[in-house]
Design a protein around this ligand. Structure first.
Ligand code: HEM
Length: 832
């Protein structure tokens, strides 16, 4: 009989397991079939998303490797769906528009329950409360978080920064940051100058970290779920020894917090003077019977955990980013030192004026997100989120990480680019580090002050990069040197290798013959200058999937760089047909068109001038000296749309930090090194006003691109610069007459006229071409030596040199020894 019961029990357990394993599969498939590329599905038996994170952590050393890849590969992704612990499905909201709906709807969702032992210390705190009790607590605490009040904290923060023990060598930066943030929180909110309380904050966080690690063990997760681990309901014989140890520590901490609260209550009862802080506010509420002591303890724990853990991890990640990108570190330091030469002199108001620091914080946060997703929400009723129906009881998280790597929101998302933050976000809900809506982070102002003060201090202290570059904190709670960390990441990820210029090593990993690998391989080959190999690889990729645009796009780029503009145009047209929305293809196509028109224009003008030159007597002596050099060795082009004006300079600048630029209302100044000791300088008085704040300069593979936002969007710029006559730095010359040594006077105005007519005649065909107008202006305003210099330099250099200095040009041999070396990866082609 007993055996029969046991075997029935066995069947039931087997059926349950089979249910948990099998039930989610058709549900996931249903979503995939119904919504296509708007959803991605992920299945891992029993534990779903947790499985993905654990696998990524073990095999990729990056817990969110797969999530980033999902986001990068699928631009249309709105929902990432995985199986949950109950045999159902769990939704990760990726589309910012869906997240916005949840941020502002307090009625339809509640925060998750079921965190192990939450009933002991945290579920009555603000982070996990719901409904009316959340609302009351939020109102009680909010008055202690006003920005103005917190500004007073900056002096305390400065003192705490200076106490950091930054030494040369291994530094446990996370431990130092935890101590600092704990001291800040306990001083600000609990009025404590007492080190033991600040140490308590650190201990609470250590204990929490232990608990979070439980979560990464799938067996524990399943057990927690099955037992709904709770101090009050779980018999202690079901708890493991580490869980019991965790609870013991928690109880000890709880007693210390209780003593603090009791002390506050005593002071109130004895009418002692009280500081205006959170501890005393809560004590008053207890005395007035508005909250229980247990609730106050949970709030205390909540503030210690939320206020210490996230800020210290975020700043630790910032240190990591500064170590990985020393050029950014240097730029940031230079910018900070400009406004704050001495840390002691730092004033709170200055923290709001450091634009580059804001940019860095955003970009480092985007890349190394400390809160990759918000706590799970559970639907309290059936809700409609866009085209998706979420049923009552289903759980969802609001995924931050995946939005941060969505290429339709962040161009080239793997690139660490602080300048991207000079332009407004395409969707503000794609970047919500402190969440959004009524349940946003209550501590965000404090966190921002802490982050900024710390970064000002650390960038100034660690001038020699020692602190940043030697040691970083790894996911596994131990220190790894930067080199080791990079090695681990890179050795498994060719994308990272390419990003860090290790192309040969990347090629060694890119061995399989699928479409993605081939396209990536072509990138490495391209960077190595192996253009022909890259084109062959791309042809292979096209043979595999001729209906995908990426390989055509890359072919177009390579052909463009190699000067095969017509071929590039064909490739890009194909890419455009396959993906008309791909912005880079559109831009590159435009560049091709411009290039083809320019070539044609230069050719026509050149032919005309050369024709006329033949009639110029050769014994003419130079009359005037250097007048105006159009662009030295580099030429630039410009173009415009209704909203923007762009300038493109063909030059490969290896280090983007070398590009210095400044936008003013009607001025652009730009410089970068072109060869040892020489700088390319561009100083333009612009044709009309721009918006300096949103204009930007980018360093591309083989070009530097400046994109300026027009102030007056209705204005069509007929020129890039103000009229030459209006510019002071370019001397305007009288229309020079031909030197008298020649009998037969050459009629230069006639030549001008002819060129003018020719250009006008072809205007429609050429459009308002920048080179055209620049060429024309210089030519028109120059004397005959200028013109001769222009003609000779253009004619003999094959269009690569345009100089106006006859003294220099007359002696040069641009066809051979004086031909400028082409930018890396480029070669000169003869026009025509
Ligand atoms: C850089 C540091 C910080 C980051 C990135 C951060 C991020 C967040 C996020 C994303 C949430 C929303 C969580 C959710 O709804 O699931 C949140 C909530 C919260 N944060 Fe922060 N936080 C930081 C610092 C702080 C600090 C310094 C404090 C307190 C002193 C704090 C206290 C809280 C509290 C109490 C909540 C719950 C608010 C509510 O539900 O009404 N945070 N934080």
């Amino acid at each position: 009989m007993n055996l029969l019961i046991l075997s029935y029990l066995g069947y039931i357990i087997l059926a349950l397991i089979a249910y948990l394993v099998i039930a989610p599969i058709p549900k996931l498939l249903y979503f995939k079939i119904k919504y296509g590329s708007a959803v991605d599905i992920y299945y891992f038996p029993f534990i779903g998303l947790i499985g993905q994170i654990v696998i990524d952590l073990i095999f990729r050393q990056d817990a969110f490797y797969s999530q980033k890849r999902y986001a990068i590969k699928n631009k249309k992704l709105k929902l990432h769906i995985s199986n949950d612990l109950k045999g159902g499905v769990h939704f990760s909201l990726v589309d910012p528009k869906l997240k916005k709906l949840v941020f502002f709807d307090q009625e339809s969702y509640k925060k998750m329950e079921g965190m192990p032992f939450a009933d002991t210390f945290i579920d009555q705190g603000l982070l996990f409360q719901n409904g009316k009790s959340w609302h009351n607590s939020r109102t009680m605490l909010t008055k202690h978080f006003t920005y103005q009040d917190l500004l007073a904290m900056v002096e305390t923060l400065k003192q705490e920064c200076k106490k950091l023990e930054l030494k040369d060598g291994p530094i446990d930066i996370l431990a130092l940051l935890k101590q600092l943030t704990s001291t800040t929180i306990t001083k600000a909110f609990f009025g404590s100058d007492n080190n033991t309380i600040s140490d308590l904050g650190v201990e609470v966080n250590k204990n929490m970290e232990k608990m979070m690690l439980f979560f990464l063990n799938p067996l524990i997760v399943l057990r927690c779920f099955a037992l709904k681990l709770n101090k009050t309901t779980t018999p202690s014989f079901l708890l493991s020894s580490s869980e019991k140890a965790f609870l013991r520590e928690l109880q000890a901490q709880k007693q210390r917090i209780t003593a603090e609260i009791d002390g506050g209550i005593k002071k109130i009862k004895e009418n002692q003077p009280l500081q205006d802080n959170i501890l005393n506010t809560m004590c008053k509420e207890i005395v007035n019977n508005n909250i229980t002591k247990e609730e106050a303890i949970h709030q205390y724990f909540t503030l210690l955990i939320a206020g210490i853990d996230s800020t210290s991890h975020v700043v630790k990640n910032f240190c990591y980013a500064l170590a990985l990108y020393p050029e950014v570190q240097n730029r940031l330091r230079e910018d900070i030192v400009k406004s704050i030469p001495q840390f002691d002199g730092l004033k709170p108001s200055q923290l709001g004026q450091l634009k580059m620091l804001d940019n860095f914080i955003n970009e480092a946060y985007r890349h190394f997100t400390a809160v990759p997703s918000l706590f799970n929400r559970v639907a309290l009723k059936d809700v409609q989120l866009g085209e998706f129906t979420i049923q009552k009881g289903q759980s969802m998280d609001l995924n931050m990480m995946m939005s941060h790597f969505d290429p339709s929101l962040y161009e080239n998302p793997l690139k660490f680019d602080i300048d991207r933050w000079n332009s407004p976000l395409l969707d503000p809900y794609s970047f919500t580090p402190f969440s959004a809506g009524p349940r946003n982070c209550i501590g965000q102002h404090l966190a921002t002050l802490e982050m900024k003060t710390l970064l000002v201090y650390l960038t100034q202290q660690w001038q020699d990069l020692i602190g940043f570059s030697k040691y970083v904190w790894s996911n596994k709670n131990r220190f790894l040197s930067i080199e080791k960390y990079q090695q681990i990441i890179m050795s498994s990820n060719p994308y990272f290798l390419i990003l860090h210029h290790q192309y040969e090593q990347a090629l060694q990993l890119l061995v399989s013959d699928d479409y993605e690998t081939l396209v990536t391989k072509s990138l490495a080959q391209y960077y190595l200058g192996k253009y022909e190999d890259a084109l062959l690889t791309l042809d292979k990729a096209i043979q595999l999937s001729s209906n995908r645009f990426e390989a055509y796009y890359r072919k177009g780029l390579i052909n463009f760089i190699s000067g095969k503009i017509q071929q590039a145009q064909l490739d890009l047209q194909k890419s455009f047909e396959l993906n008309p929305k791909h912005k880079e293809t559109q831009q590159q196509l435009l560049k091709c068109e411009l290039e083809l028109k320019n070539t044609k224009l230069i050719q026509t003008a050149q032919e005309k001038i050369i024709q006329q030159l033949k009639e110029v007597p050769q014994n003419v002596e130079a009359q005037r000296t250097d007048i105006y050099s159009a662009s030295g060795k580099l030429m630039y082009k410009w173009y415009q749309t209704d909203l923007k004006v762009g300038i493109e300079i063909h030059h490969a600048l290896p280090n983007s930090g070398d590009l210095k630029y400044q936008f003013e209302k009607e001025k652009l100044q730009l410089s970068f090194p072109i060869e040892k000791g020489n700088n390319f300088e561009l100083d333009l008085d612009l044709f009309a006003e721009i918006i300096p704040e949103t204009s930007k300069a980018k360093v591309g593979l083989n070009s530097i691109e400046i994109i300026m936002d027009k102030k007056d969007k209705t204005l069509n710029w007929s020129n890039l610069q103000k009229k030459v006559e209006e510019q002071q730095q370019i001397p305007v010359l009288e229309q020079a007459s031909y030197p008298t040594s020649s009998k037969k006077k050459k009629d230069w105005s006639k030549i001008d006229k002819e060129i003018e007519e020719d250009i006008n005649k072809h205007k429609e065909e050429y459009g308002e071409d920048p080179l055209n107008s620049l060429f024309k202006q210089i030519y028109q305003n120059g004397d005959e030596n200028t013109r001769r210099a222009m003609i000779k330099s253009m004619q003999t250099s094959g269009g690569t040199v345009l100089s106006t200095n006859w003294d220099e040009v007359k002696a040069k041999d641009y066809e051979r020894k004086d031909r400028p070396s082409p930018p890396k990866g480029q070669e000169y082609k003869k026009l025509g």
